[in-house]
Design a binder for this molecule. Sequence first.
Ligand SMILES: Nc1ncnc2c1ncn2[C@@H]1O[C@H](COP(=O)(O)OP(=O)(O)OP(=O)(O)O)[C@@H](O)[C@H]1O
Ligand SMILES: [Mg+2]
Length: 239
Amino acid sequence: MAETILRLENIRKELGLSKAIRQTIIPNLSLVVNSGEFVAITGPSGSGKSTLLYLMGGLDKPTAGKVWLDGDEITEKNETEMNRIRNEKIGFIYQFHFLLPEFNAVENVSMPMMINGRRTRKEIRERAMKLLDMVDMQNKYTNKPSQLSGGQQQRVAIARALANAPKILLGDEPTGNLDSRSAKNVYQLFDRLNREQGQTVIVVTHDEEFANHAGRRIQLVDGKIESDRQLRVRVEQPA
Ligand SMILES: Nc1ncnc2c1ncn2[C@@H]1O[C@H](COP(=O)(O)OP(=O)(O)OP(=O)(O)O)[C@@H](O)[C@H]1O
Ligand SMILES: [Mg+2]
């Protein structure tokens, strides 16, 4: 049986542009994502893709409706609880990597584990290196972000997002800033994580090839799900 990892129920998102003007970004959206799914979210600019992803990742709260992650209703959590849930259960990758410029690759990947405080320094360092090996960055441990290419920076950001073994990996156009070769490299990495480790992945993308490689494709128009198609069978979570 497929296990539900993320559930959105009757989500509404409004923005107050001024006291008098409110804009509805998402009128009423419900969605279930199972563990092990690889979901691509596509849609025109301004259709609410980033807004939706931020709601999924608890970076923003809906005006109405509920979001459950891993059985917990995250919409009712306060900021402190939400910070912990984000650190432990959600890996987020943005279009621009947001790596810390003064730290090298190993240190950047270590950061979420340091914040989490459940591993010793030695364990953190070893896991950071292991994650960098996995994203094929074994030769760049001590490089700072400025000493890496765009694709390499993004792979370090992916390793960092995976640091605490998140339940879901969320990406907001993670290949949007890359040339086509680096982009391919990055989405093959998402694909591998999904197929080999059963990692649940939800990615917003404009890249048609990327979207068609996903297991499921959701098209968003004006904050509404216009289509939701299964492209391939879900990868079973390894025991
Ligand atoms: N902080 C904000 N203030 C005002 N309007 C906003 C704000 N953030 C988003 N919006 C509006 O919400 C709508 C959805 O924005 P969102 O960023 O989710 O779209 P998107 O699908 O991610 O677009 P893109 O493909 O360009 O990234 C847009 O109409 C946008 O103008
Ligand atoms: Mg966006």
